[in-house]
Structures are given as structure tokens and as C-alpha cells.
Design a protein around this ligand. Sequence first.
Ligand SMILES: Cc1cc2nc3c(=O)[nH]c(=O)nc-3n(C[C@H](O)[C@H](O)[C@H](O)COP(=O)(O)O)c2cc1C
Length: 182
Amino acid sequence: MDFAKPKHFYYLLHPRPVVVILSVCEGGRYNAMPASWITPVSEEPPTIAVAIDRESYTFTCIEYSKEATFNIPSAQHVDVVYKLGSVSGRSVDKIKMFGLSLAKANRVGAPIWQDAIGWLEGRVTSFVDVGEVRLYVFEVLDYYAKADAISEWGWQLQKANPIHHGAGRWFYLVGRHIAASK
Ligand SMILES: Cc1cc2nc3c(=O)[nH]c(=O)nc-3n(C[C@H](O)[C@H](O)[C@H](O)COP(=O)(O)O)c2cc1C
């Protein structure tokens, strides 16, 4: 068999679903950054984990407030999602710069992005530092999605298709639907 190696090991684990993390920073400011190194961890208690670069402003904000919202964007927002990841909230107010419309979350102080199609609200319960990142474990305190975008079994992909990050500017939508045999 012939083998080939992509540029990075993690490309074998991409494309990955993208969220926009909103956090409260010192002085009551809000910040937004896209993240795709995020995963469900346990059902009871409902838990997710996300790897955040310790040089990002989001890291500073999560350290400050210990809470965040995870906003699931759809394809129509791919440009703003990419741009939110190309500039740091340390130097600009990204909420103003990109005109993000925010609303109050149910259980945390961080706001939600109204243009998203799904939302999770979480509070940090633990973390581990690995290399350049802090892997945060968040308890999910609430979760919900746009009513016409979701069913009991998940996304209604013909109506709302969450974006997945490949590499650089390249994103994917979920395509074919296949069923395993019984
Ligand atoms: C699609 C996408 C996914 C990203 N995923 C992550 C991630 O999982 N963790 C991370 O630390 N940075 C990730 N980044 C990079 C941050 O979004 C980027 O460094 C951002 O500018 C940080 O903003 P901040 O300094 O305002 O927090 C991603 C960027 C993009 C475009």
C-alpha cells in the first residue's frame, strides 16, 4: 500500500464543526472567536471540551469570566466566521467591527450571537494545559437551536447546514446521508 502525509497530523481529523465562542472580558467587553477543536465529552453531566490557544484574547476572557457561549454558524456567515479568526479582540472590538447582533443567554453572562442557528451555554469546570493551548472542560448549562433547523435527531440539513473547517479559508458542508445496515 502507498501512504501519503498531509502537512499537519490534525488534517486527518478535519473537517471539523465550527463554533463561534463568545466570552465576557475585563471591563464587561465581549469577544468572539471561531473554534473547531471542540468536542462533546460526557452526557452526564453534559460536558464539552475545547482547546484554546493561551495567546488568544478569548483565553484571557475565559480566565476572567469562566463562562462562554458556543454559537453554531451556518454557511451564509462563513466570511464573518473566517474574519473573526483572523484578528484578535486584544487589538479591536470585533463585536462592533463585524456588527454582530447579540442577545442575552439563559444561564451565563456571555451573550449569544443572534445570527447563529444553534447555541450552547457553558461554565468551566476544569482544564489541562497542553503545549500552546488550554484544554477547557465546560459543563453545558443550556442548549437550543432555531426551531426550523433542528429535529429530535439533530440538524435538518436541507434547512440549516452547519459549517465545517477544512484548512485555511476552506470550509465544508455536510453532504451525503448514508445509513448503516441493521
Ligand atoms: C475556522 C477556525 C477555527 C479555529 N479554531 C480554533 C480553535 O479551536 N482553538 C483556537 O485556539 N483557535 C482557533 N482558531 C484561531 C482563532 O479563532 C484566532 O486565533 C482568533 O483570532 C483568536 O481571537 P481572539 O484573540 O480575539 O480570541 C480558529 C480559526 C478559524 C478561522
